[in-house]
Design a binder for this molecule. Structure first.
Ligand SMILES: NC(=O)c1ccc[n+]([C@@H]2O[C@H](COP(=O)([O-])OP(=O)(O)OC[C@H]3O[C@@H](n4cnc5c(N)ncnc54)[C@H](O)[C@@H]3O)[C@@H](O)[C@H]2O)c1
Length: 271
């Protein structure tokens, strides 16, 4: 087990939604301190006040960060180490949904996560962890393990995060760095992520979501606090390279990526 007690975490997108819930859940689990790294300074001010109110002074700092900028991200690591001396956990959580502004979506969701992994795995977690191990929790989605025809680009960014988790979560990298790399794939969760009205590439795309809902029922949204409880369990217990679904307020379950060899008889039928 990886004991989070007295450790230090950097949480991107930590000013609201899932990120803020992770911060509070880690503090409930005895973490020494968290860095809230977010682009939204107003939300961060509120988040810091809530944390101070519940957990006391000196438990959190805010660093304004655009995760798609490597220098911003690095500044967040540097400041964390300056203030708290160590960094043991990176929660790569910042993300947006807006297929209309897909270049930005790709930048934040993919480039941002890559920035975090490269800086964390190769440099800051490797060098400034205080125990034997450090851990990175990436944020994919159920949209990263099944098709979502109403949000193909958002889904693609989340599939990318599954891919990088499997590759960087390989034993080869763990032996070099002693940093575990995991991913969480939440289902629908009550946050502000999907509140923006027009984010689909075209209004017609929403018909696909309607059809999916008619087939399987509307998404049973869970609270961000519930996801955070499960996420902290993953930080403690999940094995390197593993992918975990948390949906409908039920305990996290491991999603095992299919093995290519098992499909070798699925040859094209020439009929
Ligand atoms: N809410 C859901 O249903 C759901 C489901 C699956 C996955 N997710 C993923 O969970 C993560 C957190 O989202 P959330 O639901 O808490 O939404 P949210 O909008 O409440 O939180 C996202 C946070 O990221 C910050 N952010 C946005 N762009 C940023 C940038 N460039 N740099 C730094 N911070 C930035 C925002 O200011 C915000 O505080 C995202 O990666 C999202 O894709 C959410």
């Amino acid at each position: 087990m990886f004991d989070v007690c007295d450790k230090v975490a950097l949480i991107t997108g930590g000013a609201s939604g899932l990120g803020l819930s992770y911060a509070k859940e880690l503090l409930r689990n005895g973490i020494k301190a968290v860095t809230i790294s977010d682009i939204d300074d107003k939300a961060a001010e509120v988040a810091l006040a809530e944390i101070e109110n519940e957990f006391g002074h000196g438990k959190a700092i805010f660093i304004k960060t655009d995760v798609s900028s490597k220098s911003d991200f690095e500044a967040a690591f540097i400041r964390t180490v300056e203030v708290f001396k160590n960094v043991d956990i990176l929660i790569n959580n910042a993300g947006i949904y807006n297929d209309l502004q897909w270049e930005k979506e790709v930048d934040v969701n993919i480039r941002g996560t890559i920035n975090g992994i490269i800086l964390g795995l190769e440099l800051y977690l490797k060098k400034y962890k205080q125990g034997d191990e450090a851990v990175i929790l990436n944020t994919s989605s159920i949209a990263g393990i099944r098709p979502g025809p109403w949000m193909p680009i958002y889904g693609a960014t989340k599939f990318a995060i599954v891919g990088m988790t499997l590759s960087w979560g390989d034993e080869f990298h763990f032996q070099r760095t002693k940093v575990r790399v995991l991913a969480i794939c939440p289902g629908g969760t009550h946050t502000s992520l999907f509140r923006v009205e027009q984010c689909a590439l075209h209004p017609d795309y929403m018909e696909a979501q309607k059809m999916a809902n008619e087939k399987s029922g509307p998404a049973n949204r869970q609270s961000s606090d519930f996801v955070a409880v499960e996420g902290v369990k993953l930080l403690k217990y999940a094995h390197n390279g593993s992918l975990w679904v948390v949906e409908s307020g039920k305990p996290a379950y491991e999603y095992v990526f299919p093995v290519r060899d098992s499909f070798k008889n699925n040859v094209v039928k020439e009929v």
